[in-house]
Design a protein around this ligand. Structure first.
Ligand code: UD1
Length: 356
């Protein structure tokens, strides 16, 4: 069986890595790795391939940035040629980025079956580009690999047949479990404890002048009580420059370039608190037992709130500060790890593939 994996953006890389490794141990599968080039900077892509010990992609499509239509269309055109040339038996797609939906649409027209890893997550917020990507990808994928029970319920409600849904657990946690022991690195010596770790890149937070200004003002205030470490996503950097936001270069609010997987894991696992709008980080903090404050009105990962350490603060900066100061006083939810977030999700995926 020839399996072709499509990845393109930073959060895809830690999801494909454990699946690739698990399939690689099987003699009856051939694999191909296609990188669309949706993310292309060294620190958004190459560093992850190195640290996750992923092989070089068989094909790099180099689509780069653009509007949603431009980016999605460019991926579709390029991927159609790759699929026609390589004729895979099965295609695996990951998460909810534009590369995921673009590849799935092309496969469905070429009648190539698709497996979607991280299927069924819903924020029920159709203003999020990722929610549109999730809805379309799941409707036209053939096999849906879900990370948690809520995802199965969402898919069944949308009319997906039960026999196509497989609750396998969280592949991102497979990578975390494997690499956490390697994440204790010298970089951490430059950081003083305790610290809050911040990541922000959602268009709803960073693409609007007033909102981004408000968030930065709040971080400056928070940094009077605790050191704030903020690796800045390229989208956010671009917006900080565009809106001419002034950020004092005080030692207590440290802005830095995006960092690699191992450094980020080291920072995350030792943080007093994480402030984020990322999906994956809500999951990783839940696994690590680190309190997480999510600057979003909703989440497609509700188990991180109901079971884990995550709290949604929406756009309410006063609430963010209140929760932040409670955490500094030791008052926070300790949380548990959701079922099947155990490092073996990719092994369960391989079992399903073998049974096909
Ligand atoms: C994308 C995903 C988002 C995911 C995020 C993780 C979609 C719709 N969005 O958002 O779900 O959470 O990745 O990072 O697929 N840029 C660079 N270098 C890069 C990549 C991007 O400088 O390597 C800059 C470009 O100016 C680009 C902007 O960042 O225009 C945004 O990149 P894009 O891929 O459009 O979306 P992300 O915000 O990264």
């Amino acid at each position: 069986m020839k399996i072709l994996h499509v990845v393109g953006a930073r959060p895809n890389f830690m999801k494909v890595a454990p699946v690739w490794r698990a399939i690689d141990k099987m003699t009856d599968f051939d694999q191909l790795l296609i990188h669309t080039g949706q993310h292309y900077d060294k620190n958004m892509s190459d560093v992850f391939f190195n640290e996750l010990e992923l092989r070089e992609p068989n094909e790099y499509l180099g689509v780069g940035s653009g509007s949603h239509a431009e980016q999605t269309a460019a991926i579709m055109v390029a991927i159609e040629q790759i699929l026609t040339k390589n004729k895979p038996d099965f295609v695996m797609v990951y998460g909810d980025v534009n590369s995921t939906v673009a590849a799935t649409i092309v496969c469905s027209k070429l009648l190539i079956p698709v497996g979607h890893v991280e299927a069924g997550l819903r924020s029920f917020d159709r203003t999020m580009p990722e929610e549109i990507n999730r809805l379309i990808t799941d409707q036209i994928s053939n096999i849906l690999f879900t990370p948690s029970k809520d995802a199965n319920i969402n898919l069944l409600r949308e009319g997906i047949s039960l026999e196509n849904i497989h609750l396998v657990g969280n592949v991102m946690i497979d990578t975390l479990v494997r690499l956490l022991p390697k994440s204790d690195i010298s970089f951490m010596k430059e950081i003083s404890y305790p610290y809050a770790l911040v990541t922000l890149h959602r268009p709803s937070n960073v693409d609007h002048d007033i909102m981004l200004r408000e968030i930065i003002k709040t971080l400056i205030e928070i940094s009077k009580s605790i050191q704030v470490i903020f690796p800045v996503h390229p989208r956010t950097k671009q917006k900080i420059d565009e809106f001419s936001l002034e950020i004092p270069d005080s030692g207590n609010l440290r802005l830095m370039e995006p960092i690699g997987y191992l450094d980020f894991l080291a920072l995350q696992s030792r943080a007093k608190v994480v402030i984020t709008d990322s999906g994956g980080i809500q999951e990783e903090t839940t696994f690590l037992g680190v309190p997480c404050l999510t600057v979003r009105e909703n989440t497609e990962r509700p188990v991180t709130v109901s079971i884990g350490t995550n709290s949604l603060v929406g756009k309410d900066m006063e609430l963010l500060k209140e929760k932040m100061y409670n955490i500094l006083d030791g008052k926070f939810k300790h949380g548990k790890v959701p079922q099947l977030w155990d490092g073996n999700a990719s092994i369960r995926i391989v079992k399903v593939l073998k049974s096909m």
